[in-house]
Design a protein around this ligand. Structure first.
Ligand SMILES: [Zn+2]
Length: 419
């Protein structure tokens, strides 16, 4: 047996945009020009290199060694070394994917097609790839933390967010995808096989740990959920004292289910009256929290009068259980009001999962694959006819991306050599 005490070298790969390939091959022979181009690019995107812990950078970078990527037709890859701390950075030119033979433009086209709703298999055929190669590429992207990539884009950790689980299937098993969304970006997309509070706490806890690592002072102000018991329990465990709200749109959808054995028109009228009540509350036109309590009581009385005492009692009990969550939404104007954006994210992810059922094998890396999909959700620009056409979710939320090429952005943002 080999003695496995070999030194584990920290991965410090960086992807650099040399604009076009000929520039890269020109500067390969000129060490000074090469280093200058690399430094200029890093400066332009506002990133910093990950030196050794004791080094502040500021020293010189020198060309250290090169190796040849045989699978890419013998492209020479240079390494740079910091003269102070001796950290070594592997410089990947923009037209090379780490560990992969696939050309970035091929990967980009296949992933855009996938994002547009084509199945993994069809996307692979278009790009003359194997579906498995594409699957592995998404999994490789998913090795990188969502929190790291999003904060690299200049997004602040969300003080308010939406949290909910997508119910899905992996082969015949029921599985759950605990998700944290703020505006148009996914901050966490987990994978659990049961919906217990413990399992959800474990999954959401991964987001919490990553966030604290990024920003030790990170405090969550408010969270909107759909009111599922395990979700709220796990949120209380992870974020003690946080303001927990219940989605108002969800409340509206739930009301008809509380009204049994009445004629459909009566149910519809009640629903529309409840809609008016909630939308006034949403607009916060002078409707204070105590006024909402009063209106909910009156509405329950009204249900009892029009739909019978049993329905009235059921609705009253339901209000009793949920109203604290609705108050929480109304008390703080910064709280999200509905979980619509989270539902949109879930639907987008669900469409991808549906398209690749064949890859839900027991030995697969479901978690990495999902996280890879979440990166794509955040960074692929919206297509024609979309409200924010040409922008990606990160940009809509006020973040910056390094270049105009979303796939190059993904290569740069998931580089391990940046801090
Ligand atoms: Zn250094």
């Amino acid at each position: 047996m080999r003695n496995t005490t070999r030194q584990t070298r920290e991965n410090r790969t960086i992807t650099i945009d040399f604009q076009d390939e000929t520039t890269y091959f020109q500067v390969l022979g000129d060490g000074k020009a090469f280093v200058e181009l690399v430094m200029a690019f890093i400066l332009a995107i506002g990133f910093q290199l990950k030196h050794q812990a004791t080094c502040r950078g500021g020293g010189c970078l020198t060309r250290h060694s090169h190796y040849v990527r045989v699978r890419l037709g013998g492209i020479r890859i240079w390494r740079l070394q910091c003269t102070r701390c001796k950290a070594v950075f592997t410089v990947l030119p923009h037209f090379v994917l780490r560990y992969r033979q696939m050309r970035p433009e091929v990967a980009r086209d296949a992933l855009v097609a996938m994002q547009g709703g084509l199945s993994l298999e069809l996307c692979a055929v278009i790009g003359h790839l194997s579906p498995m190669a594409l699957y592995r590429l998404v999994c490789a992207l998913g090795q990188h933390s969502l929190v790291t990539v999003l904060t690299r884009c200049g997004l602040a950790l969300p003080p308010y967010f939406l949290a909910d689980e997508k119910h899905s299937r992996c082969l015949t098993n029921k599985v759950y995808l605990p998700t944290v969304v703020s505006g148009r970006v996914i901050w966490h997309l987990g994978y659990t096989e049961d919906a217990s509070a413990a399992a959800l706490t474990q999954s959401y806890g991964e987001f919490h740990r990553a966030a604290l690592q990024q920003e030790p002072a990170y405090r969550v102000q408010g969270i909107l959920t759909d009111g599922f018991d395990s979700t709220t329990k796990s949120m209380r465990t992870l974020f003690p004292g946080v303001r927990l709200g219940n989605c108002l749109r969800h409340a509206l959808m739930k009301l008809p289910k509380k009204l049994a054995a009445i004629a459909s028109p009566v149910r519809q009228v009640l629903r529309s009256q409840f809609h008016t009540l909630l939308s006034r509350a949403r607009q916060r036109k002078g409707l204070r929290v105590f006024a909402l309590g009063q209106r909910l009581r009156r509405f329950a009385d009204h249900v009892a009068a029009t739909a019978g005492a049993a329905n009235g009692a059921r609705v009253r009990q339901w209000f009793q259980d949920k109203k604290a969550g609705w108050y929480a939404v109304l008390e703080d104007p910064r709280m999200p009001v509905t979980s619509t954006l989270l539902d949109q994210a879930h639907n987008a992810i669900e469409r991808k999962l549906f398209a690749m059922k064949g890859f839900h094998h027991p030995g697969g890396s479901q978690q990495a694959f999902l996280r890879g999909l979440a990166h794509l959700y955040n960074l692929v620009p919206y297509q024609r006819r979309a409200q924010h056409v040409g922008q990606c979710g990160v940009e809509v939320e006020g973040g910056r991306v390094p270049t105009r090429d979303w796939f190059l952005n993904l290569q740069i943002l998931t580089s391990e050599g940046f801090r």
